[in-house]
Write a protein of this length. Structure first.
Length: 280
C-alpha cells in the first residue's frame, strides 16, 4: 500500500497551520507549500516533534508568481507519483492595489490564478491516488459581487470587491473541478471556514481601526480551531462533502453569483487563455 500524501498551501499560519497539525495524524507525508521557507522549516520541526514517524517536505511556492508555482509543481512531480489530498488554502487581502510579478492584481493572482495553475499541474498526481481529493478554501464573500469582463483588468480598484471576486473565482474553480473530474473519482469540496479574525485582514484595514475591528469581530467570529475543523471534516469525510459547498461544516447550496453558470464558463475560458493552458 502506498503512503498517503497531503499537500497544502498557506500552512504556516491561521487555519492552515491548525488544520495541518491535526491532519498530520492521518497522513504519512505532508507537503508544505509556502512562500516563507523559515516558517515552513519551523512548522516542519513542530510536526516532527509531535509525530516523528511522518515525512514532511517544505517546498517554496509563492502563489502570486507563476514561475514559483511551476517550480514547486516540478519539484513535487520529480519526488512523488501521487497526492491523495490537495488543499488550496492560502489567501491574502490587501487594502491597496498591488500587482503580481506577472502583472495581475495581487489578490486575484494569489487567491485564484496561482491555485488554478498549481491544481492544473498537480491534478494528474491527485487522480493517480487512492483518495483523489481537492479542498478549495473559499469564502461567503463570493456573494458580494459578480465577476465581469474584462476579468483581469479591472478599471477601478476596491479592496473588498477585489477580494470578493477572487473568492468567487475560487468557488468557480471548485465547481469546475467537480464537473470535469467527478466521473474520474475526484472528490472536490469548496469550504467557507467562517468569519475568522486572522492575519489576512491586517494588510487590508487602517491600523487605527484594526484593534476596534478585532474587538467587534470577537463575539461573532469563529476561532482558528473551529475554522480548521471545517477543513478537517471535509478531508475526513470526502464522500459526504464531494461536489458541495461547505459553510462552516454545513452543506449549503451556492447563492447569487455562485450559480451563474454562463459567467463561470466565460471566466474559466478567460483563465485558461491567460495562463495559456488548453484545459484544466
Amino acid at each position: 500500500m502506498s503512503k498517503s500524501i497531503l499537500a497544502i498551501t498557506g500552512p504556516t499560519s491561521g487555519i492552515g497551520r491548525e488544520a495541518v497539525k491535526i491532519l498530520a495524524q492521518s497522513f504519512d507525508c505532508i507537503l508544505l507549500l509556502n512562500r516563507n521557507m523559515d516558517k515552513g522549516e519551523k512548522l516542519k520541526q513542530d510536526l516532527l516533534e509531535a509525530q516523528s514517524d511522518i515525512q514532511v517536505d517544505v517546498i517554496k511556492c509563492e502563489l502570486s508568481d507563476f514561475s514559483s508555482v511551476q517550480s514547486a509543481a516540478e519539484q513535487i512531480k520529480e519526488r512523488y507519483t501521487h497526492i491523495d489530498c490537495l488543499i488550496n488554502n492560502a489567501g491574502i487581502m490587501t487594502k491597496t492595489k498591488k500587482e503580481s510579478p506577472d502583472g495581475f492584481e495581487l489578490m486575484m493572482a494569489t487567491n485564484f490564478l496561482g491555485h488554478f495553475l498549481l491544481t492544473h499541474e498537480l491534478l494528474p498526481l491527485v487522480l493517480n491516488s487512492q483518495r483523489k481529493q481537492v479542498i478549495v478554501v473559499t469564502s461567503n464573500a463570493y456573494k458580494a459581487t459578480p465577476l465581469t469582463p474584462p476579468f483581469f483588468q479591472p478599471k477601478r480598484f476596491s479592496s473588498m470587491k477585489a477580494y470578493s471576486q477572487s473568492k468567487l473565482a475560487t468557488l468557480y474553480l471548485a465547481q469546475e473541478l467537480h464537473e470535469r473530474y467527478a466521473k474520474e473519482g475526484l472528490k472536490t469540496t469548496a469550504i467557507h471556514p467562517g468569519l475568522i479574525a486572522t492575519n489576512i485582514f491586517k494588510e487590508s484595514i487602517p491600523p487605527k481601526i484594526e484593534h476596534l475591528m478585532f474587538r467587534l469581530l470577537k463575539p461573532i467570529a469563529s476561532t482558528l480551531e473551529e475554522g480548521a475543523l471545517t477543513i478537517v471534516s471535509a478531508v475526513d469525510d470526502p464522500d459526504t462533502y464531494a461536489g458541495v459547498f461547505s459553510d462552516k461544516g454545513t452543506v449549503k447550496p451556492v447563492q447569487r453569483h455562485g450559480s451563474d453558470f454562463e459567467t463561470r464558463r466565460q471566466f474559466i475560458d478567460a483563465t485558461l487563455k491567460e495562463l495559456t493552458l488548453p484545459a484544466l
